[in-house]
Write a protein that binds this ligand. Structure first.
Ligand code: C2E
Ligand code: CA
Ligand code: CA
Ligand code: CA
Length: 280
């Protein structure tokens, strides 16, 4: 578990391997967090080049009773290793769909297409993943087209055909798929060809410094051109400056997510922003 530098609290000394003791305490803490309902989802808008909110990404937060808000970088890794990510991930899906149901009833603006949820490999590979998700949607009467699942390239490494089958089943329910952090994992262009993907998210590491590096610009240009040819929507992540936004637009990217537009927000604040006439 790496320190993220922005928390006033860290589970582990970043310089040291976590001890077995520390891991056990964190696992216990995660167990209690589920039991005591300490997890929250925050929402970060995704915008188009007219500054309309076209979607949002749900991001997990842990409101620790003593230590304040803990960010996923400090616990997702351990939760994946311990297997607790399955239960946490199920909570995330349920919370996201319940929230979507509330907003759907209160009214979502025309421009809002979908809510994106991050899915861990272990969670996606559970045999009941598809049924469980479909059941949640049915229960709340939510159209699948409002839900997007963000998966990473690494998930596909060992389980390509299983993953691809699950994706096809969910796509039949209208659910869309984004490939997250594109270009940072064990990428294969084959994934883009062979999987039923809808969205490609360009990782922040490609976005920052785009103006300063013509090599970076060349790579991003190829990614965007390829995505266009394959009819994938491109969303650039971690856009922090107007300069980055304009560089991306020149390369043909028209959807953005990042601090330039907004940090992740608690649900009510996000919904208020969604209702506001102008988002800029
Ligand atoms: P990610 O999926 O790549 O999510 C984007 C991360 O970048 C988020 O960090 C977001 O707050 C941050 N971010 C957004 N805009 C900017 C920006 O302009 N600049 C910078 N520096 N950062 C920006 P967060 O929320 O701390 O999440 C970190 C990672 O934890 C996520 O990366 C994702 O891999 C994982 N994660 C978050 N929520 C969940 C979840 O519900 N389930 C699973 N399995 N993983 C999650
Ligand atoms: Ca993501
Ligand atoms: Ca990402
Ligand atoms: Ca990332």
């Amino acid at each position: 578990v790496k320190a993220q530098g922005r928390n006033n609290f860290q589970f582990f000394d970043p310089e040291m391997q976590s001890t077995a003791q520390e891991r056990m305490e964190l696992e216990k803490g995660l167990h209690l967090a589920l039991e005591n309902n300490e997890f929250e989802l925050w929402y970060q808008p995704q915008v188009n080049d007219a500054d309309q909110i076209i979607g949002a990404e749900a991001l997990l937060r842990w409101r620790h009773p003593q230590n304040g808000v803990i960010y996923p970088g400090d616990f997702i890794g351990i939760a994946e290793e311990s297997g607790q990510i399955v239960e946490i991930g199920n909570w995330v899906l349920k919370r996201a769909i319940n929230q979507l149901s509330d907003w759907h009833q209160q009214g979502l603006p025309e421009s809002f297409n979908r809510l994106a949820v991050n899915i861990s490999p272990l969670q996606f590979m559970q045999v009941d993943f598809v049924d469980r998700l479909v059941e949640m949607l049915n229960e709340k009467n939510i159209p699948g087209r409002l839900v997007e699942l963000e998966i990473t390239e690494n998930m596909l490494l060992n389980n390509f055909s299983i993953a691809s089958n699950k994706m096809k089943l969910l796509k039949q329910r209208g659910i869309s798929f984004a490939i997250d952090d594109f270009g940072t994992g064990y990428s294969s262009l084959r994934y883009l060809r062979d999987l039923p993907l809808d969205i490609l998210k360009i990782d922040r590491s490609f976005v920052s410094g785009l103006r300063a590096s013509s090599e970076l610009a060349a790579i991003v240009e190829v990614i965007i051109a390829t995505a266009d040819r394959l009819d994938l929507t491109v969303i650039a992540e971690g856009v922090e400056t107007l300069n980055e936004r304009s560089a991306l637009m020149e390369l043909g990217c028209h959807c953005f997510q990042g601090y330039l537009f907004s940090k992740p927000m608690i649900p009510d604040v996000f919904y208020a922003k969604l209702q506001a006439p102008s988002h800029s």
